[in-house]
Design a binder for this molecule. Sequence first.
Ligand code: BGC
Length: 541
Amino acid sequence: MSSELDADAAPVGASQLTELDADDAPKAADVKDVEAPAVNKSANNKSSLKESIMSHNLERDHDDTRAKPFVWLLALTAALGGLIFGYDIGGAGATFVMDGFKYHFGWECHPDDVGCVPKDQRQIDVETGLINGLFGVGAAFGALFAPQIFNSKGRKPTMSLGAVAFTIGAALQAAAVSMPMLYIPRLLSGFGIGMLSMCSPVYIAECAPESHRGQMATLWQLAITTGIVLVSILNIWLAEWDEGWRISYGGNILFSVALLGLLTIMPESPHYLVGKERFEEAEESLLKTRFEDQVAWELEELKLEAQQAREDGTASWSEVFDDGNVKMKTRVFTGVMLQSFQQLSGINAIMFYAPNILEDFFGSSGSIYGALALNIVNFFATFITIFSIERFGRVWLLFTGGIVMCLALIPTAVLASFPDATQAMGIGVTFCCALYVIGFAYSWGPVVWVVCAEMFPMRERGKANSLTTFSNWFWTCIVGAVFPIASTASLAGCFGFFAAVVFVATTFVYFRLPETANLTAPEINEQYINHKPEFPRKKWD
Ligand code: BGC
């Protein structure tokens, strides 16, 4: 048995076993001494964990949907990482049109600066690409690096390190006096966000009771959309001030410092603690996030799961890609595809470039307000998920959201194909984009993060989720870099491409994605092992 366990956490969604007969329920304190039954090590014995749990007489009360207010606070704290993410995604682009920024970096000359020669468009394009691109590259590396800390030191240190890296990077950007002084800090703050985006949704999913896991993990997305709205409102005002761009890059330090502070009072994930055999701390952590009668059974189940992970030892990369190992290859493929589809659906073409898309129809100031309206729609539509994700499930939301997005993208492509850009067409494009954003905001935006946070078993979670998060950032960079060139060649072609991707994505979830709402880790394993594509799909849950 490896002592250097990577099996630092039990799977997401350990049972919430509650409302037991007082006589039957072990006291939380006794649970520390429970001898977990031996479990079969064979990779092929995929139900061994479930059997162990059954043989241990663990029964789950499916009707227990209680969640302590503290666990909501915990989820909101971890979601602050999403606020920083959204603020940066929405913030940097807007600085490129701020006069203060353009004068400072020599993109344009201040009217009073007589001898000034502005940079040429080619150089400006390179610099724009580097500011956006280096952030994405940093985030992709951050996501890949995160499991080192996630597995060995825990979730809180991973998020704290991400927040520190982000804070240093953002502070340096706010103080930049030359373009190269923006580049390296962009990498660093991206790295921090990459770590946060790999860890925060998982931390929320691990700490949430399974009946609220989807809702709480959706707070991550809600925070992203809040950050985007906040900075787009702020940017309208900051554009008036020569040094305003510094706040676009550095203002979110406020949130990363708040995250660092609040994390000090949050418990470590009980999954991580049980995996490290720190049972007393795990129990304390559960006592903070669960009602007292919910603790004992959950702790017991976590111990059983962790014991199996310990017996199997550190998960190697080959196991992460091994279908004999509780369908890991299928799961990693599914997660990577979901994140890739999320990005290739074109959401960031709209998030980053809506002002440019709308400018042809409404002029520059109209386009900024049009983009702001889309961001506000994005924020409000996320509430649909919060109220429906547990009841309708992940697959249903992704499926219906995909249909809405497709139906919105096709007319956008048609409208964009007309040679003359009239205001009436602009209204049509804005309306279709808004419909697309609604479809995305209640489905592929939040649900992909939720599914990836809950779909992997304990041993492989760190490595597997770092791959799915990496693919998100990889495609964010590609779309961000290619869209300006591709849309100049054919805006209609771009929207047509996004529609085709969304169609494939919707078909993919219909056939390939098992439902994971409200399920415990062993149940999620079973779902992946037993799932068979069928048409028409009979099993939505
Ligand atoms: C995506 C981001 C996107 C945001 C828009 C997130 O789920 O990962 O790339 O900018 O949604 O709301």
